[in-house]
Design a protein around this ligand. Structure first.
Ligand SMILES: [Zn+2]
Length: 281
């Protein structure tokens, strides 16, 4: 049985990585051991059977896949109460004069602001030039725009879609809806369970860039299996995401070379039903 080194506090590279700053690249072994340490601090992985699996694992692939249903049914048991709670940084696709973020709480770049509770009055006729929001928040904003209850006259730079397992992602046809309502370029991002950015869309709009430094993505019978190296409040090992996608290596016109994620779709048809219910609500 392999002994896991227990670290005291989070390593410096982790703080910088969580804040979206340049950081010395830790080895994969360092990231793996650090993540196991925080996972062992959650009630879910502190279970005797799972702990012995973790202690015996030499590499991520030796660990069992964590079912998505476990996460949704027992969300609190995946939280490490002793982990340093941080707010992941919002990383805009480019600088913008006035950024507003709706629907999820993130650390914001200078000049950006959080719109709490999606208060339309805060946004209506505001100077917002770039709007970042969860898919559910964007659906409600589109409905408000179509009802002429909301106008964003200065919105000129971008809509950033903050998708995640908690908040879902855009459904087929919704990019067109966003374009019709807002008339600005759309950039999708995939945030991890603690809000950390796992994948993002660049200005070439080909598909999503995956950040292998931030997360390990595997495919299991077409389903994406995700492990976020930088998750600390909610460290989940090899999570079955309920999303299907294709991963390929590409040289993007934006200058990035690396793995890209395309054809992303949900394997949970009820997600579409929940989204429609949210609009109706
Ligand atoms: Zn690119």
């Amino acid at each position: 049985m392999r002994v896991v080194l227990r670290l005291h506090g989070a390593p410096a590279w982790l703080h910088r990585a969580q804040a979206g700053l340049a950081a010395p690249e830790p080895t994969r072994e360092e990231k793996f051991r650090s993540l196991l340490n925080v996972a062992l601090g959650t009630p879910y992985y502190a279970d005797r059977h799972r702990t012995s699996q973790i202690l015996a694992a030499e590499d991520l692939c030796h660990l069992p896949i964590t079912p998505l249903r476990d996460l949704f049914d027992r969300r609190d048991s995946f939280t490490n109460p002793k982990a340093l709670h941080y707010r992941a940084a919002f990383q805009p696709p480019f600088a913008s004069r006035e950024i507003a973020v709706c629907g999820t709480k993130l650390a914001l770049p200078k000049g950006a602001r959080q719109i709490e509770g999606l208060t339309l009055a805060q946004l209506h006729l505001s100077q917002t030039t770039m709007l970042a929001a969860t898919p559910a928040a964007l659906r409600r904003l589109c409905a408000a725009i179509e009802a002429r209850a909301l106008a964003l006259p200065q919105l000129s730079d971008a809509i950033v879609v903050l998708g995640s397992l908690w908040d879902g992602m855009l459904l087929p046809g919704e990019r067109d809806m966003l374009w019709r309502c807002f008339g600005v370029p759309i950039f999708e991002q995939w945030l991890g369970l603690d809000g950390e950015r796992l994948a993002w869309e660049c200005e070439a709009h080909l598909s999503l860039h995956l950040d292998p430094r931030a997360a390990e993505m595997e495919l299991d019978d077409g389903e994406l299996i995700a492990t976020s190296w930088f998750a600390r409040s909610t460290p989940v090992l090899r999570l079955a995401t309920g999303w299907r996608g294709e991963i390929r290596w590409a040289d993007c016109p934006c200058g990035h070379s690396g793995p890209m994620l395309s054809s992303l779709e949900t394997l949970r048809p009820q997600e579409a039903g929940l989204a429609l219910a949210a609009i109706a609500g």
